[in-house]
Design a binder for this molecule. Structure first.
Ligand code: SUG
Length: 459
């Protein structure tokens, strides 16, 4: 680096939510063990067009409400390179037909549009907390599942293309893709601070300890896998230069994982100094709250939802905690919840109680319909990667990725031009679908002005 890092005291820090555009191959393949919605809906016919429009609808609603909204492109699917790596050879059409006949589950996996859940794309540390005054980014290795472990290389290229200015953005390699460093990104990371530009404390939530002292005594879920390890969370904190006083590592409650809480963002959400969480989110709730209180420069505002108000089962079914908690300029906060929250009486009542309670800043609940994504276990919070950026950092972004009316209009027209309105598992072998997808993605990188990021564009 030839030039000095920018002054970290720059004003006007905002949280930009980068939502993942749903890809043209969105389908229900039942791929995610421990994710109740995915396991329940596998085999259903999907509507990729509706899914993408629902996502764009959420982005537009938040943009119009005054929040900074970004967009990230989907990935190249079907991942023909992965099929070739697994021994399927011949023309693209032949590779698809052979995979459909010999290994339909593999074909489904390489067609998954799972990159839409950008909360799993990476972990991001804002410049205000990093020792070198840059924004730090680590793509998640997503090694827990085959369909998601295909994402990191393209994710890294996309993030490097958008956050390209080396004076302001630092990119780290994904952690080694092995169970000991299993990492699912920002879905297991929450930054708590007085405000976006103020110093933050980073809450890393893990499901299991892989090795080292204590591993043999640690409690782990029995039914479903724990997707984040303590070792992975520690490595990311190290990569980003976070000191002991800036980080807290908390174990997820194994009973929550076994009830379908495959990421921490299914059972808690934080914003500013507020931590909204279910009583059974963490294994040692009091110790975590105490540590946060000790380390935070501002009073923590914990909002605890007891089991008696919302059962773990209702929390998982409604995705109450997979909501976006957003700061408003008057100091209040808005909670963006999925439509499913209206369908569970206990959940809806709890939301009304939250609004009436005087001890928290939540002043508004906004309902967003993201049902197509929800059927695969992805709510409003899964669909976005939070990146706190100063005005200068926002100005330094490359490409055309901050949503405005014109970009929203172009993306909507692009979806309407290219996406199918029904996709069943048996359609995934259709070579036409692969061709349609490549044509659509080639056009998309032009709209977003991010250059060549896909394998087919790189040759
Ligand atoms: O990794 N579902 C995703 C959902 C990810 C939600 N993200 C957050 N909680 N942040 C997953 O389990 C299902 C795909 C399928 O079954 O077709 C899937 O991958």
């Amino acid at each position: 680096m030839s030039q000095p890092a920018p002054d970290v005291r720059e004003v006007n820090f905002l949280e930009v939510n980068f939502d993942g555009l749903v890809g043209p191959t969105h389908n229900y393949a039942g791929l995610a063990l421990g994710n109740v919605a995915s396991m329940t809906h596998g085999g259903l016919e999907a509507n990729p067009r509706e899914a993408a429009l629902q996502g764009l609808g959420k982005m537009k609603a938040l943009m119009e409400a005054g929040y900074a909204q970004g967009v990230l492109p989907p990935q190249q699917r079907p991942d023909l390179g992965a099929l070739r790596q697994l021994g399927f050879a011949g023309s693209d059409a032949r590779v698809l037909v052979r995979a459909a006949g010999e290994a339909p589950q593999i074909l489904r996996a390489v067609c998954s549009a799972s990159s839409m859940w950008t909360a799993n794309a990476a972990t991001v540390t804002p410049s205000a907390d990093a020792p070198d005054g840059r924004v730090h980014v680590t793509p998640a290795n997503l090694q827990s599942s085959f369909h998601r472990c295909l994402e990191p290389p393209t994710t890294a290229r996309v993030l490097a293309a958008i956050f390209a200015d080396e004076r302001r953005f630092a990119h780290h390699p994904a952690l080694p893709a092995t169970p000991a460093f299993s990492d699912e990104g920002a879905a297991n990371h929450t930054r708590l601070a007085a405000d976006y530009g103020e110093p933050g404390v980073h809450l890393f939530v893990y499901g299991r300890v892989a090795f080292g002292w204590g591993a043999e005594d640690s409690v782990a879920p029995r039914r479903y896998p724990a997707r984040q390890t303590l070792e992975a969370s520690q490595a990311i904190a190290r990569q980003h230069g976070l000191t002991a006083s800036q980080r807290v590592f908390a174990q997820q409650h194994p009973e929550a994982i076994d009830a379908g809480v495959f990421h921490n963002d299914v059972i808690s959400v934080g914003n500013g100094p507020v931590l909204l969480y279910h009583e059974r989110a963490f294994l040692d709730e009091q110790a975590i709250l105490n540590e946060l209180r000790t380390k935070m420069a501002t009073p923590l505002v914990p909002i605890r939802i007891p089991e008696a108000a919302v059962s773990l089962e209702d929390a998982v079914a409604s995705y109450l905690f997979n909501s976006q908690l957003l700061s408003n300029s008057d100091g209040s906060m808005t909670l963006v919840v999925p439509g499913e929250c209206q369908e569970r009486e206990s959940v809806w009542r709890t939301l009304q109680d939250l609004l009436l309670a005087g001890h928290n800043p939540i002043s508004e609940v906004v309902v967003q319909d993201v049902k197509q994504s929800m059927r695969n276990g992805g709510g409003p919070a899964c669909l976005r990667l939070r990146v706190v950026l100063s005005a200068a950092e926002r100005a330094a972004l490359s490409g055309r990725v901050l949503l405005d009316d014109a970009l929203h209009g172009e993306l909507t027209a692009w979806v309407e031009r290219h996406y199918r309105d029904r996709l069943a598992p048996q359609d995934l072998a259709d070579p036409q679908l692969a061709e349609e997808t490549l044509a659509a993605l080639d056009e998309l990188t032009g709209i977003l002005a991010i250059g060549a990021v896909y394998p087919f564009q790189l040759g």
